[in-house]
Design a protein around this ligand. Structure first.
Ligand code: 5RP
Length: 218
């Protein structure tokens, strides 16, 4: 199976977590795109009252298939949030933000009782950090934050021609071997000018589904 077919396979397996959930939380990315397409064809789509979306791209897709998009401020905490990841460990710690939607993803994931992470098998790792760690920064703080990230051992690279849904920039930090993701998430969060970093370790996933071709494992 191709990587894209594995993404579709795992998205299919995630559908059941959205059944009987009136208001769902929806992530961003190509795996989630498969999930929304499958949702459009599901026999329970009409039972979904609305969704809280993590990006403009996901909002547009949800609206296209007829699911109303609601604000987290209206809904309160959610039962279920489903999202992809760039890397995930056996301890269910994730590295996310390859699609640049990390801030809203982290907010909605944190406000959800169940975080279901859906990945193809290439994303399952023992140690996070091979994928460059996205750090969303206020534009005026970009250079200062980059210098602080160098002190932490990383090599930050500004994501070219990219402005996030929040009007911010992203530094992709290369060459980090992240042995303590909880500590590093907190350390980077504490640099003034950082909006969010792509470590989802303080609040990891509750369920990780991995598409492996022959099967989907949990
Ligand atoms: C977007 C994300 C995505 O979940 C992550 O990049 C995985 O994307 P894909 O499903 O396209 O592989 O964090 O900000």
């Amino acid at each position: 199976m191709t990587q894209d077919e594995l993404k579709k396979q795992v998205a299919q397996a995630a559908l059941k977590y959205l059944k009987n959930v009136p208001i769902i939380g929806m992530g961003t990315g190509s795996t989630v795109t498969h999930l929304i397409n499958l949702l459009a064809d599901s026999d329970f789509k009409h039972e979904i009252e609305g969704a809280v979306s993590s990006s403009i791209k996901t909002t547009e897709h949800l609206q296209k298939i007829g699911i109303p998009v609601l604000e987290l401020n209206q809904t309160g905490d959610l039962d279920v949030y489903v999202d992809g990841a760039d890397e995930v460990t056996p301890h269910k710690k994730m590295l996310k933000g390859g699609g640049g939607a990390l801030t809203r993803e982290k907010i909605i994931g944190s406000a959800s009782r169940k975080f279901v992470c859906i990945v193809d098998e290439t994303k399952a790792v023992d140690v996070l950090g091979k994928f460059p760690l996205p750090v969303e920064v206020l534009p005026l703080a970009r250079s200062y934050v980059a210098r602080e990230l160098v002190k932490l051992g990383g090599q930050p690279v500004l994501r070219e021609n990219f402005i996030s849904d929040n009007g911010c920039e992203i530094l992709d930090v290369h060459n980090l071997t992240i042995l303590d993701p909880v500590a590093l998430e907190q350390t980077i969060n504490n640099i003034p000018g950082v909006l969010t970093n792509g470590l989802f370790a303080l609040r990891g996933a509750d369920i990780v589904l991995i598409g492996k071709g022959s099967e989907v494992i949990t």
